[in-house]
Design a protein around this ligand. Structure first.
Ligand code: NAD
Length: 467
């Protein structure tokens, strides 16, 4: 069955193309049979997700601990609770969202009515990453089933225990005819992308996002791309520096920095740079606790540890705190690098680890210019209490989302669309935005047959012109 574990588990050669085709055709058949359309089915799937997270909690937490030592509390807060909250939020509002929305039909359509109806896209492929391996697999699924789609989900191969747990749990709590899990790596993703899905919901790197968009273009499938990039922090001279430093450190250290919306680097007005760095060092120490190895999420694998070590070596700045790399336990110490070379890989590539470069700028205009010269980020964090500064930065820059005086918490607002722009992604989800993203809004005009005015039909003779 396509919902059993993927290649490599049985030792026998597996025909990936055939497996991908069977998964696609299976869910598409369920969709075409009308199985996924009724509100009752959608609501049952959302209840299924809520029950999966509740009853599968121990299994999922153990799997994440096995995969990369995720502390239970952090995994619960950042991976399980957001899914339960999202599914319940969407389930309660769904009956309102599915209703046709009336629109002004325009003078030319009088008498008549106009409305739009959200309808499912069809068969949706969800490809998810490893860093929040439950949340980033199940929240797109919530949006997809809420909109009445059938789904094939491929979790990340880099968190294999969590992937296997999802493959066991999803068919138990959701309709196995219309929602399937196929495990595996890029080769399975490629085989799935060769199938003519109606929509692809991808969360992952910008590099693979390009591959996904190209593959989707072959079938003219629509895409949601939730990508990464370098999310900047801007610290103005009027900011509350102690709180700013703590909130930046918190964002940087959650999940060992392996968060798409983690603050990547900080641009700080030179007037307050020394004070900010001092607070940052204190905050990093406090958040780390007395035993750095206890209760710390590990870097996901050896390749990523080497990548981070390489970024540190390339930086040419001053390591103010941290810098140690423990290869055996896959830990990188919380690190602050002051004034690295802006052209170094540390400042060019997404860091995705607990390393924070901090650069001094003369003023916020220089910071704005720095951000504008680079690809559009997923998030931007600004620390200021001056509304004029806030206004200026908001209108002079762009990003998927923004927090003023915090980091990452825009993610928690259930009715704010969450997504990137340009290189950090396309489309958005969470709450109603996710429902709309995974729906096609179909426009309908209904006209009465009488009166049937001859005026609009040819031939257009002089008599009609005089009208
Ligand atoms: P990744 O792009 O390596 O992998 C994501 C998914 O794509 C996985 O399921 C993987 O199996 C698949 N994949 C990998 N190579 C592929 C290929 N050549 N063809 C087709 N599919 C392929 O990303 P990752 O390392 O798992 O996640 C980290 C990245 O994801 C970071 O860049 C991060 O910023 C980004 N991210 C973004 C968000 C967001 O919401 N915007 C959330 C989390 C992570």
């Amino acid at each position: 069955s396509p919902s059993t574990p993927g290649p490599g588990t049985s030792g026998a050669p597996v025909d990936l193309a055939a497996k991908a085709q069977a998964a696609f055709e299976g869910v598409r058949a369920a969709y075409l049979a009308g199985r996924t359309r009724p509100l009752a089915w959608r609501t049952a799937q959302l209840r299924g997700v809520e029950a999966l997270v509740r009853e599968g909690e121990a299994e999922l937490l153990a799997a994440m601990a096995e995969d990369f030592g995720k502390p239970r509390v952090e995994a619960w807060l950042a991976d399980l609770a957001p899914v339960a909250a999202e599914a319940a939020h969407v389930r309660r509002r769904l009956p309102r969202w599915v209703r046709p929305r009336p629109a002004w039909p325009g003078k030319a359509n009088l008498p008549g009515w106009a409305f739009s109806v959200p309808e499912p896209l069809g068969a949706v492929l969800v490809l998810s990453p490893w860093n929040y391996p439950v949340q980033l697999a199940l929240n797109p699924l919530v949006a997809a089933v809420a909109a009445g789609n059938a789904v094939v989900l491929k979790p990340s191969e880099l968190t294999p225990a969590t992937s296997a747990a999802l493959a066991r749990l999803v068919p138990r709590y959701l309709d196995p005819e219309a929602v399937r899990v196929l495990e595996g790596g890029p080769e399975v993703a490629s085989a799935l992308l060769a199938q003519p899905f109606d929509h692809v919901f991808f969360t992952g790197s910008t590099r693979v996002g390009r591959v996904v968009m190209e593959a989707a273009a072959r079938h003219l499938a629509s895409v949601t791309l939730e990508l990464g990039g370098k999310s900047p922090v801007l610290v103005a001279r009027d900011a509350d520096l102690e709180v700013a430093a703590r909130r930046v450190a918190w964002g940087k250290l959650l999940n060992a920095g392996q968060t798409c919306i983690a603050p990547d680097y900080a641009l700080v007005e030179r007037a307050v740079l020394p004070a900010f760095v001092e607070h940052l060092v204190t905050a990093m120490g406090q958040l780390q606790g007395p035993d750095p190895a206890a209760g710390a999420t590990r870097i996901v694998n050896d390749r990523h540890v080497e990548r981070l070590a390489g970024l540190l070596a390339s930086a040419e700045g001053t390591v103010v705190v941290g810098g140690e790399v423990d290869r055996e336990r896959r830990l990188v110490a919380p690190t602050v690098v002051l004034d690295p070379d802006p052209g170094s890989p540390l400042m060019e590539e997404e860091i995705f680890g607990p390393i924070l470069p901090v650069l001094g700028v003369a003023d916020l205009e220089e910071a704005v210019a720095f951000v504008r010269a680079r690809p559009k980020p997923l998030a931007l964090y600004l620390f200021t209490n001056d509304r004029r500064v806030e206004q200026r930065v908001l209108e002079a820059t762009t990003s998927g989302g923004v927090c003023v005086n915090h980091t990452m918490v825009h993610f928690l607002a259930p009715e704010l669309p969450f997504g990137g722009v340009g290189a950090s992604g396309t489309g958005a989800y969470h709450g109603r935005a996710g429902f709309e993203e995974l729906s096609h809004r179909r426009s309908v005009v209904r006209r009465p047959t009488r009166p049937d005015l001859p005026l609009t039909y040819p031939p257009f003779d002089d008599r009609k012109e005089r009208w």
